[in-house]
Design a protein. Structure first.
Length: 155
């Protein structure tokens, strides 16, 4: 098992996910949030060394927005137990994603309105934390299923 997803043997050349180990997936999600927080601190240190206190604070704010939003999503998405129906579990994940978007928008508006950070440090650190998020997911989850060509596609 890798990243909380158990895959059965290859069926007709495809790996098929048959179950999700929710506790392992929850641990992975919270580990990713901790990784985002760590990258935020590293980016703030680099910003401080290269451009001073303002860049460091802006990097902390940008990474903090991404980390808080990811934490909100994980907290909502994984509050259900594995015993609930798949439809309800999916609904909580969608709810978590909606909350994540709302948190990002609200925090960006608040930070830009009241704190006036250095835009480059803020946005770069925000972006880097989401790159960490996708890299961690890509490395932790099993290999992707091969893509079937679309009907009529030449290849």
């Amino acid at each position: 098992m890798r990243g909380g997803v158990r895959a059965c043997r290859k069926t007709w050349g495809y790996r098929v996910a048959v179950a999700i180990d929710l506790p392992a997936a929850r641990r992975l999600a919270f580990t990713i949030v901790l990784g985002q927080a760590g990258v935020t601190l590293i980016a703030a240190l680099v910003g401080w060394l290269l451009a001073g206190r303002g860049a460091a604070l802006s990097a902390l704010l940008g990474g903090g927005i991404a980390t808080v939003a990811s934490f909100a999503m994980v907290a909502v998405a994984f509050r259900q137990s594995a015993a609930v129906s798949p439809a309800r579990l999916l609904a909580t994940f969608f709810g978590g994603e909606i909350l994540k978007l709302v948190v990002v928008v609200v925090l960006f508006v608040a930070v830009l309105h009241w704190l006036h950070p250095a835009p480059l440090a803020l946005l770069v650190t925000f972006g880097v934390t989401f790159i960490v998020y996708w890299l961690a997911l890509g490395l932790a989850l099993p290999a992707r299923l091969p893509m079937r060509p679309l009907r009529g596609a030449q290849g």
